[in-house]
Design a protein. Structure first.
Length: 748
């Protein structure tokens, strides 16, 4: 029995890579310094994995930004404009990821999307008729070599061709046109790696856990039959994760590959599939240690599963890359009784090795010790919470009167101009703001001083918003570290790690809180600052909350009760907050559901039954009791929701804003076609990039919106909150936005 992992967190134990990369962005270190740093970090990580005792160690799972982008970059799948930038290779790479605006040119960043059902984002490769696929980078080879020189033989990993094509966007072309060229470059990679002495290659094909039927299945088979005709002596592992491969299992096991990686945590049918037969001449890389959650593995269950699988050649593995969990529990200061329930990335390595030892008969104690952890209930249930949940009925989930009646009432109440302008909530979280919060947290400054600081910021930004003529203002969220943790800190049942960062995109990380027990609100969360901000201006200031589904989705969930139940608990807590805001004079409340879309089951057939049927009512529960004149906004960081429009409408908010500009506003066609009922604010520019959109650009976008959505329903706002932006660019962009809106308004 041997052990393997699919990938390791690349950001470093203390997010070192983030800090160095950002220094590089600020021109504080040179390209060489950044590269040297990354090299050392990779080496350190390989050594950790090796020392833990893992047999199959991946390489090329490292990335300066994203591995899908790395793959596109490797194969020259990049827009012409980027090739023409007179910048170093690394800077052209970063230009694709973040956009570039400077004396060498002006290009937009590639679109960015969530990676399957995670909060990690990948950059969407763009194919054009003119795309000329060829090997133009050496990263995968260099990193293999680097490890080899350090005495570590790795298994290079790369996004597989089927997943690459499925995740990409095609302009004046289609995936089929590129199959042969792609196969040729993948084979060149095989050959080069084989020449370098690699034994295995790992092709990541998570796309296989979606519905792979009809032409998709044909495409998959066509690709792999051709690709595997020549492996140049390499052993190939097709690695899947985030679900089971029920549509292509029979195809997969017939392919001439040496290894197949399956996920037994999220793959509900994986066990059943394997039990129908798994070839003796292949290795099953069995993903039994959860790569996405932070609870300890229950060895007894894993061992039983392995027995039930009854497969000749098994390698113990994780369910997905460990990229999705924090680095290590070592630096946390939870008491030992709590700590003992957690396994982060590094600890998961030990779990694999312990399981291996138990199976080899060399460690009897490990199993007993592990079993003791699961013997008694981890937490005592909160009776009040369960009672409140039991008392819910149909009315608890229904807001009255109807959307249309409310729209009339609110029109009178607010008397807004056409194309009302607003922002999504947060303003730049400068170093000063972050430092102040951190000092306050460490008791280095008094409550009074801290409050003065926050109040001063709110006032400054209110004044600016008034000056540029925004219609609905926000307080700026300066007091919040993050849109989930801030709420969790005021909820019972939550735990927080100090250092549990997980990469979200590029250098940005999130630190998901941990749902430890039953959740309830201990004190008002946002009332103080919302009320304060409203008291400082005659204009309306939007209250700003995070919705229950997003709080749940961006936390590490419990495994001892259902996610549905946890979400309802959170919804009840946020409902209290909504009513509190309303009672304190807040007239518009935005309840962000940034992460609602991302947890849609990967298979369409499961969307409603497994998720939306409880997630949407949970959102409704939050605002079902507000007055008709209170306007409820929601915000989603994702534009691809046209396929769930009925569900979005039944959230029954009055207004929704969403990210759109990075996805070319395609969503508008669908909104038009489906007669979308809510008022909408499709983001008119991309906030993920530091570039400043011009008034002309925004005006054009607004016209595009107006050509598809009735003017009475349109709101004008950026894509998302501005917390990650610098002050200058944030202000300039929003000023251009208000100017553009006012100009277009005159034409209406
Ligand atoms: N209100 C939040 C903000 O502006 C929304 C963030 C998000 O959607 N991710 O930061
Ligand atoms: Zn957003």
């Amino acid at each position: 029995m041997t052990t393997s992992i699919i990938g390791f967190p690349r950001i470093g134990e203390k997010r070192e890579l983030k800090f160095q990369t950002e220094k590089y962005f600020r021109n504080e270190i040179t390209e060489q310094e950044l590269k040297d740093f990354a090299k050392n970090l990779r080496l350190k990580h390989w050594q950790i994995i090796k020392q833990a005792g893992i047999d199959y160690i991946p390489s090329n799972d490292f990335s300066f930004f994203d591995t899908t982008l790395d793959t596109a970059f490797l194969f020259n799948i990049i827009p012409e404009a980027d090739k023409e930038l007179k910048l170093s290779k690394l800077d052209r790479y970063f230009a694709l990821a973040r956009g570039y605006q400077g004396d060498k040119g002006d290009i937009k960043a590639l679109p960015m999307k969530k990676w399957f059902n995670t909060n990690y984002h990948y950059l969407v490769p763009q194919f054009f008729k003119t795309t000329d696929i060829k090997l133009t980078d050496t990263k995968i080879f260099d990193e293999f070599q680097e490890a080899k020189e350090a005495g570590i033989k790795t298994r290079p990993t790369i996004v597989g061709p089927f997943t690459l094509l499925s995740l990409s966007e095609f302009h004046d072309s289609k995936p089929q046109n590129f199959v042969d060229d792609l196969i040729s470059v993948y084979q060149q990679v095989f050959k080069k790696l084989a020449d370098q002495g690699a034994e295995w290659i790992q092709l990541d094909e998570p796309e296989l856990v979606k519905d792979v039927i009809g032409s998709d299945r044909e495409l998959f088979n066509e690709i792999y039959q051709k690709l595997l005709q020549n492996k140049f002596g390499l052993k190939v592992l097709i690695q899947t994760y985030f679900g089971d491969v029920r549509d292509v299992y029979s195809d997969l096991i017939d392919l001439p590959v040496e290894g197949i990686g399956l996920d037994f945590i999220e793959g509900r049918k994986s066990k059943e599939l394997v039990q129908t037969g798994f070839p003796d001449d292949k290795i099953l890389f069995a993903g039994i240690v959860n790569g996405k959650n932070i609870w300890r593995n229950h060895y007894q269950d894993s061992l039983q599963l392995l027995k039930d699988l009854n497969v000749k050649n098994i390698v113990l593995s994780t369910s997905c890359s460990l990229l999705h969990v924090p680095f290590t529990i070592e630096n946390e200061d939870f008491p030992i009784e709590i700590k003992s329930h957690f396994a982060f990335a590094k600890e998961k390595l030990s779990e694999l090795v312990e399981l291996q030892k138990i199976l080899n008969g060399s460690d009897k104690n490990a199993e007993i010790k592990n079993n003791n952890l699961f013997k008694k209930a981890r937490v005592t249930p909160n009776k009040k919470v369960s009672q409140a949940i039991n008392n819910l009925n149909k009315d608890s989930f229904t807001r009255t009167p109807s959307l249309q009646k409310r729209a009339e009432i609110q029109k009178k109440e607010f008397n807004l101009p056409l194309l009302p302008t607003t922002t999504i909530g947060s303003f730049p979280q400068t170093r000063e703001v972050k430092q102040f919060r951190s000092k306050f947290r460490h008791n280095e400054i008094s409550q009074e001083k801290y409050d003065d600081f926050i109040a001063k910021h709110i006032n400054e930004w209110l004044k600016w918003q008034e000056d540029i003529g925004l219609d609905i203002l926000v307080h700026g969220e300066f007091e919040r570290n993050d849109m989930v943790e801030y709420f969790g800190q005021n909820l019972d049942g939550y735990l927080f790690s100090k250092n549990g960062w997980v990469q979200s995109y590029g250098t940005r990380g999130v630190k998901p809180p941990i749902i430890w027990g039953d959740v309830s609100r201990v004190r008002p969360i946002t009332v103080k600052w919302s009320k304060y901000a409203q008291s400082q201006t005659k204009k309306i200031v939007k209250g700003m909350l995070t919705g229950p589904v997003t709080i749940l989705n961006w936390s590490f969930p419990r495994e001892d009760i259902s996610v549905k139940e946890s979400t309802l608990q959170i919804a009840l807590a946020i409902q209290e907050e909504v009513l509190d805001l309303e009672a304190n004079g807040i007239k518009i409340i935005q309840i962000d559901e940034a992460a609602l879309r991302e947890k849609l089951p990967l298979r369409k057939t499961d969307w409603y039954s497994e998720y939306l049927d409880w997630a949407i009512p949970a959102f409704r529960l939050v605002h079902s009791k507000v007055k008709p004149e209170t306007q409820i906004h929601t915000h989603m960081c994702y534009s691809e929701f046209t396929d769930i429009i009925p569900a979005i409408e039944s959230m029954d908010a009055d207004v929704i804003s969403f990210e759109a500009s990075r996805s070319n506003l395609e969503i508008l066609d669908e909104l038009q076609k489906q007669h979308f009922k809510l008022q909408v604010g499709p983001g008119v520019y991309d906030i993920h990039s530091p570039r400043i959109p011009s008034v002309e650009e925004i005006t054009k976008t607004i016209h595009a919106i107006l050509s598809k959505v009735p003017k009475e329903k349109v709101w004008i706002n950026p894509d998302c909150g501005l917390k990650t932006r610098g002050i200058t660019e944030a202000k300039a962009s929003v000023e251009n936005l208000t100017t553009a809106a006012k100009e277009v308004r005159k034409e209406l």
